[in-house]
Write a protein that binds this ligand. Structure first.
Ligand code: AHR
Length: 330
């Protein structure tokens, strides 16, 4: 009896004042005042990825006028396709996609287009042919991310400067196959191998951008007796795993083996300063404010730039100051 009375009282309060949504929205429907964004995230495979998710959460907060629904695809494209279909079904205002791989998006993005939901791609690229450049034909509104081949070229140029004509044996830890980050960075190393016949590729496998697999791979190479001078790790987490494997085997990273890596997380920059990582190319994950700005443009009826490459830098121990490391946002 008492319980029913409380329920009735709550219902009356809701009718008078509107229902409070979990993220602070106060409307009859729960979220009417907020711009609803469905974000299909690759996963949580790396520190970079987690920083990217946090950046999106901070920028697309309820205080800023957004309701952000995040789906973690655990590095599986099929899960991303399902998530996008769910967002369409829910009738979100915008879809943001951080794609696992470049291919395979045509059908589901066609469905989003048919539903009239703008799609913003971040981080990795999708097959460029899905944007014909003809107004009305494109399957996505815009893309914001990194130039992964440029990043790879910076790492290769540093290795060329460091080793000159000395022969080196290289271990290559790749990201998940088919992702722009893997495709671009691997293409640069392939080009470097063609240009430098004194370089030998002694092992190459995908560590899926994870620390555990980076460590596993390097442990396996050492156990097989493969000798190497350089590890080209396609992200910081795989470099951390590789460093653990080297140390466990009694080797000194930075002395016995030179490591180049990508992302330039704060922890990795500390390792550059300590001489464990030789060179680290920045990959900037802080896309939240950029996505917010794009949505605000679209809300005003303006057309955002189709492709935005973020500015990125690269670091060896010489270019690093304590101030720079401490001010790192991720
Ligand atoms: O696509 C960006 C890459 O994905 C980052 O280099 C890596 O850390 C992440 O998992």
């Amino acid at each position: 009896m008492k319980f029913r009375l409380i329920l009735m009282l709550l219902a009356v309060l809701c009718l008078l004042g509107g229902c409070a949504a979990p993220d602070g929205a106060t409307t009859d429907e729960g979220y009417d005042d907020l711009i609803v964004v469905g974000f299909s995230q690759v996963g949580a495979e790396s520190d970079w990825r987690n920083a990217n998710t946090r950046s999106m959460q901070q920028a697309l907060s309820a205080e800023n006028g957004f309701r952000l629904i995040i789906d973690d695809a655990q590095q599986k494209k099929e899960r991303q396709i399902t998530a996008i279909r769910n967002f369409i079904h829910q009738g979100v205002d915008y879809i943001v996609l951080a794609p696992t791989t470049e291919d395979g998006w045509e059908t589901v993005l066609g469905e989003a287009k048919a539903a009239g939901i703008p799609v913003i791609i971040i981080d990795r690229m999708i097959d460029r042919s899905l944007a014909t450049g003809e107004p009305g034909d494109d399957l996505f509104t815009c893309w914001i991310g990194s130039d992964f081949t440029r990043q790879g070229n910076a790492a290769v140029a540093w290795l060329e400067g460091r080793f000159g004509s000395t022969p080196v044996r290289i271990v290559h830890l790749q990201g998940n196959y088919g992702s722009s980050a893997q495709v671009g960075r691997s293409a640069s190393l392939d080009e470097g191998l063609r240009r430098n016949p004194q370089w030998t590729l002694v092992a190459r496998d995908s560590g899926d951008f994870t620390q555990a697999k980076g460590q596993e791979l390097v442990e396996a190479y050492l156990a097989q007796g493969i000798g190497f001078d350089v590890i080209f790790a396609e992200n910081d987490n795989m470099a951390y795993g590789a460093i653990d494997a080297l140390k466990n085997a009694g080797l000194t990273p930075g002395k016995d083996v030179t490591i180049v890596s990508f992302d330039a997380n704060r922890k990795a920059l500390e390792m550059v300063a300590a001489g464990e990582i030789g060179f680290d190319v920045e990959c900037n994950p802080l896309h939240g404010p950029r996505v917010k700005a794009v949505i605000e443009q679209l809300e005003r009826g303006e057309a955002p730039l189709k492709y935005t490459y973020v500015e990125e830098s690269a670091f060896d121990s010489q270019g690093l100051s304590r101030e720079l490391i401490d001010s790192r946002g991720y």
